[in-house]
Design a protein around this ligand. Structure first.
Ligand code: MN
Length: 290
């Protein structure tokens, strides 16, 4: 199922009918007093009980055409966003060395860095642009598979880890290059676009064999497969849950392959993840110009 958030943070499911996508409203499945930005988390938290009802609502047809709604971030307020640093070998190679983004600096991998936190407030959906807050600095796209946690995960072994996944989203880990701390450079407002929907794990299957591609203004910048992740999804959940209890609705950014490059106000970025969907984002300056 494709779970989305739309309009005034209603939660819905996207289904195809007669060749066109429609959105059916699932808001009535979550407790009436739920804060709007917590509805998706509430849905995920009770998914074993709610899934049959959600499937029935989707199968009943009806709903409204997808083009008539505004899609918001499919998870507007994750409690925690964890992210994998340097989780592809060829991305490690492009970051360091004589020609690298960080010239002649030694760049290690996730095996050394383990992980970092992105501010959960940096999450946005396709209804907002990526806003670049400074001039004269380099801002890069990082194409990533995002993981949405389905249930509380505490010290989960990799052999069981995929049982804790609710679904997957295309995720762009927008990054300012420079010597500031990694979490600061990646936590600016709008720097974690996700969407257009969370695709449930049953529809995605093996997350470690997905084609990922990112274009800027139609030019292919990144094209890779998650098969090349140094730590695949299960191992990331094992690593992070060993010290941080993961909760329903939490996000993991799994790392970016080679081909990262700068974005500028006025650009259009499209991230496509096989079986998970295509996220289109505009880029603007912080004051909304371009
Ligand atoms: Mn990244």
């Amino acid at each position: 199922m494709r779970i989305c958030t739309f309009d005034d943070l209603r939660v819905g499911v996207i289904s195809e009918a007669d060749g066109a996508d429609r959105v059916s409203d699932l808001t009535g499945l979550v407790p009436a007093g739920t804060r709007p930005d917590q509805r998706v988390t509430a849905l995920i938290s009770s998914w074993p009980e709610l899934e049959p009802q959600a499937r029935a609502i989707a199968a009943a047809g009806g709903g409204v055409p997808l083009r008539d709604v505004t899609l918001r971030s499919p998870q507007p307020a994750p409690r925690t966003v964890l992210a994998a640093p340097v989780n592809y070998r060829r991305h490690q190679a492009e970051m360091g060395g004589a020609e690298g983004v960080y010239v002649n600096q030694e760049i290690k991998t996730i095996e050394t860095y383990a992980g970092f936190v992105k501010a959960s407030g940096s999450v946005v959906g396709p209804d907002e642009p990526i806003r670049l807050p400074l001039t004269g600095r380099r801002f890069d796209h990082e194409a990533e598979l995002g993981v949405v946690i389905g249930r509380r995960a505490h010290r989960v072994g990799r052999q069981d880890a995929l049982d804790y996944v609710f679904g997957y989203v295309p995720l762009i880990d927008v990054t300012m290059r420079g010597q500031e701390d990694r979490s600061f450079r990646k936590s600016f407002d709008t720097f974690t676009p996700i969407g257009p929907a969370i695709v449930t794990a049953d529809e995605v299957g093996n997350p470690d064999d997905l084609d990922v591609r990112l274009t800027v203004n139609g030019e292919l910048r990144q094209h890779a497969t998650t098969a090349d992740l140094i730590y695949g999804v299960a191992r990331l959940i094992e690593l992070y849950s060993s010290a941080i209890t993961l909760q329903p609705g939490d996000l993991i950014a799994t790392g970016t392959p080679e081909g990262v490059g700068p974005i500028e106000p006025g650009d259009t970025v499209v991230l496509s993840v096989e079986r998970v969907g295509a996220l289109t984002m505009q880029v603007s300056s912080v004051d909304g110009s371009a």
